[in-house]
Design a protein around this ligand. Structure first.
Ligand SMILES: C[S@@+](CC[C@H](N)C(=O)[O-])C[C@H]1O[C@@H](n2cnc3c(N)ncnc32)[C@H](O)[C@@H]1O
Length: 218
């Protein structure tokens, strides 16, 4: 028995994953594959791209949610930063693990106001609001100040081309052995090259579900 697999969170997550599956975006669906690919790799057009996808949830998979819960539990993490809240599905997994660790703090970031509002509702419904601060706006700005001195886990799940820039903002605050979990990192070859390089200060492996799992060792 834990916070993740009991009420109120377990039925809430079942409902939210089902809602996420049912969400559609005609504007995004109308894009050609070439244009989608270009936007996913663009460091300047991410506001436009995520504007088109504002009704899409784009959550981590159920397996990745479990991975996040397990990593936070097994490391006894207390301070977590997340890039890309969306409707709060990954945040709920992280917050459940913090609750079961005895407490802590998640700072998460989202620039779409309607998603921020819904995430607040979901966190309240899950009884986890007290553990989470959602910073509304571009993470390049909102995650540039006021971070914990020692970060145990960083989840990268916002605009893929920004992964190296977001890592820059907090690299010197990552604790030794801190985990960095990057979803769909294949869209950012520069990020993969950085964390996989010899002497990069990370040990890094491609994990299941498009995840790059890295551990700070520098
Ligand atoms: C893949 S979704 C996040 C999914 C979420 N982690 C989950 O598992 O439910 C990416 C989200 O990041 C947001 N985003 C992308 N770039 C951002 C930026 N620079 N600053 C803040 N939010 C951003 C998008 O609006 C989108 O909602």
């Amino acid at each position: 028995m834990n916070t993740l697999n009991t009420a109120p969170l377990a039925p809430l997550l079942d409902r939210l994953f089902a809602e996420a599956d049912a969400a559609t975006s005609p504007a995004f669906a109308a894009l050609s594959h070439e244009e989608r690919d270009r936007l996913m790799h663009s460091k300047t057009d991410y506001l436009h791209l995520y504007g088109l996808m504002k009704d899409l949830w784009l959550p981590v998979s159920r397996e990745t949610g479990l991975l996040l819960y397990m990593l936070v539990r097994s490391t006894g993490a207390r301070n977590i930063v997340e890039f890309g809240t969306s409707f709060g599905i990954s945040t709920l997994h992280l917050a459940a693990a913090l609750r079961d660790n005895g407490g802590g703090r998640i700072i998460t970031s989202e620039f779409e106001p309607s998603k921020v509002a819904r995430s607040h509702e979901h966190l309240a419904e899950g009884g986890l609001s007290d553990l989470v601060e959602i910073r509304e706006g571009d993470a390049l700005k909102t995650l540039s100040t006021d971070l914990p001195d020692a970060i145990d886990l960083l989840l990268l799940d916002g605009a893929k081309p920004l992964y190296p820039d977001i890592l820059d903002l907090m690299e010197n605050r990552l604790k030794p052995n801190a985990f960095v979990v990057a979803d769909n990192a294949d869209f950012c070859p520069a990020y993969l090259a950085r964390v996989r390089a010899a002497q990069s200060g990370y040990m890094s492996i491609p994990f299941a579900d498009g995840i790059e799992l890295s551990m700070r060792v520098g």
